[in-house]
Structure formats: C-alpha cells, structure tokens
Ligand binder design. Structure first.
Ligand SMILES: [Zn+2]
Length: 349
C-alpha cells in the first residue's frame, strides 16, 4: 500500500489483517452495488442490483445480503477457508442522512416510508457475521480519495460531488468532521444567493438549487417556459420537458444558445461563490471535486472557482487552496469502504 491515510491507521491492525479484503456496499438512489475490495483498493469481485429504496427497507436488506454473499464467495475461492481471504468487515456507503456512529440510515428523501431509522450496519453485520460500519456516501468517497485518489497525504480536505445533487464531506486535521448529529458537511446547502431559486430541501438560494443537475434542469424548464431558449425548447419538444438534462443545457451552451450559456454561467458562479466560502470557513489545503457534472465540465467549472478564491478569499493562506478533480470515478464509494472499515476498526469515527 502507498503512503496514505490508510497507512496511518494500519499500525493498529495486525499484519495479517492488513492483507485482508473488505466487503463494500454502495447504496445509492438508483443502484445498489457490492464489491469485495482487496487491501490495495483493487475490486476483486462486484455485483449490482437496482436500488430498492422505493420498495422499502426489508427489500434493500435482502438484496444487500444477497449481493454481499455473492461477492464474498466469488472473490476468494479456496482462500477463505484458510483465513487469508476472510473479509475484515463490511463498509457501507449510503445516501444521507445517516447516523454514522449508530450505523443507522435516517430518512433519505424520496424513499419508501419504511426507510426510516434503518439499522443497516447492525443488521448486515449480524447476517454476514462480520463487523459492519456505515457512513454517508460523500464521507466514504472522501476516505477513498484520501487513500487511493487525489487527496493522498493531505490532512485538511473538503470533498464535493456535483451531479444530480451536490454533496460534501470535510476532513479537518486528519479527522472526518461529522458534527454531533453526524450530518456535518452537507455543502450542497451552502447559501450562495439570498432569495435565489428554490432548493429541494425547501430553502432558497442554496448551491444545489443553482449548480446541481437538478438545479440546471429546473432553470432550463423556466427558460423553455418563458420562450428564452429556442434550442432547449426544441430538445424538450423531442424528449419531453421533464427530460431536459444538465448535459443538454451544456451542449446548448456549446452550440451558442445564449439562455443556456446564462444558466451554465450562473451555475459556475454559484460554485465559485461556494468555494470562496469553503476557503474562508475551513481553510483546507485541498478541495477535491467529483460527480458527473464536474467530470463533464472539468476546468470550465474549476478554473473560475480557482480565480475567485485567489482574488476574493479573506486571508492569503486560504487563497492557496488547491481545487482538483476527483481521481477515483464511479468506484470511489466501494474503494472508500475499505478505508472506512480499517479506520473504524482502528478506533476512528
Ligand atoms: Zn438546500
């Protein structure tokens, strides 16, 4: 293993334990994924099912148990009996909000009513007879980037994911910042514009309301409704108004549509404003930005934010803050589960 955050917790694990894999579970809004993750972060086996948060908690637990059992037996044939392949534990990355200490999923938005206060870590731990640990998807992603991605050897990091929604996670002086309720780091709900557009959480002017895929799509529907964007209207005509996506708006910007360019520019300015706030509040060395929109936009999103921080952050120290793309892509949650299990077994929280 490389010189990483993971290594920092390794000394408390016995040498044989350092060589053991981990079972990872990634519970997203649309997909439920499981993997056997090797001690070097390699995915040794994987399995996937549609996420069943709309079918209810019992169904998700059944599916998760089945997927984890599959990857556990597929990953290390013949080795598990000897102990070498016996997983160290189960890491669970889930949509928030969660109580990471209790291992409980609280009340994810748009989920089945039974999906309230689900003790997923205790339940899966009991069924698979392994220690199990839970954290919010963004916190797990940050752990993955720390050990194997863009944030190696950095102690003060903020992680942001910009896709349909916007999520965040904070590492302060090497420790994940959970807050007393376990819900700290919801950076999508940073206020960037008083009286701005409505956010899914019920408030106004949050980063997510303007710069997320959902926020960009909402602005596109407004532009179509007011007749401001013939190009987006044509897309809506073909695909249906509810099907116009942030990718369509970005493409319309590239094709020269002024309304689409205005929407994307608004999103980028909101993101830049949030970055200045993050620099001033947390003074991190590094901000890692993942998610489908960040990946698609690249430096078009990050470069204006770097300039805004350089020019307007409060103190010169925070102006040093680097803003870089995430390195791990789609498997970041699964790889992060390895680090989560090691970190918790070593007494971290
Ligand atoms: Zn909000």
């Amino acid at each position: 293993m490389r010189e990483t955050f993971g290594d920092a917790v390794d000394p408390t694990l016995s040498p044989p334990d350092r060589g053991r894999p981990v079972l990872g579970l990634d519970l997203g809004a649309t997909r439920l994924r499981a993997a056997l993750v090797g001690p070097d972060g390699t995915i040794l086996a994987r399995a996937e099912a549609p996420s069943a948060t709309e079918r209810g908690a019992a169904a998700v637990l059944e599916d998760a148990e089945a997927l984890l059992t599959t990857v556990r037996s597929a990953g290390a044939p013949g080795r598990e009996a000897a102990g070498a392949g016996q997983p160290l534990g189960i890491g669970i990355s889930a949509i928030g909000p969660v109580d990471p200490r209790a291992g409980v999923i609280l009340d994810p938005p748009n989920a089945h009513p039974s999906f309230r206060d689900v003790p997923i870590a205790a339940e899966l731990g009991r069924r698979l007879e392994l220690p199990a640990f839970l954290d919010r998807d963004t916190n797990v992603a940050l752990l993955g980037e720390l050990s194997f991605g863009a944030a190696r050897n950095v102690a003060d990091v903020v992680y942001l994911t910009v896709s349909t929604g916007i999520g965040g996670a904070i590492l302060a002086a090497g420790v994940p910042l959970h807050g007393p309720d376990g819900t700290a780091g919801e950076l999508g709900h940073l206020l960037v514009e008083l009286d701005g557009p409505p956010c899914g959480c019920g408030a106004r002017g949050h980063l997510e309301a303007i710069a997320s895929g959902a926020g960009i799509a909402r602005a596109a529907r407004e532009a179509i409704g007011s007749g401001a964007s013939p190009m987006l209207a044509a897309i809506a005509e073909r695909a249906g108004q509810d099907r116009v996506t942030a990718a369509d708006v970005a493409a319309a910007e590239d094709a020269g549509d002024p309304a689409a360019a205005g929407i994307m520019d608004h999103a980028r300015r909101a993101f830049s404003a949030a970055m200045v706030t993050i620099a001033d509040v947390f003074d991190p060395t590094l901000v890692v930005v993942g998610g489908s929109i960040a990946r698609a936009q690249g430096d078009r999103l990050l470069e204006p934010a770097r300039a805004a921080v350089r020019e307007t952050a409060f103190r010169s120290a925070s102006r040093r803050m680097a803003i870089v793309p995430a390195a791990l892509g789609d498997d970041v949650g699964l790889v992060g589960c390895l680090v989560l299990v090691r970190f918790r077994l070593a007494g971290g929280e």
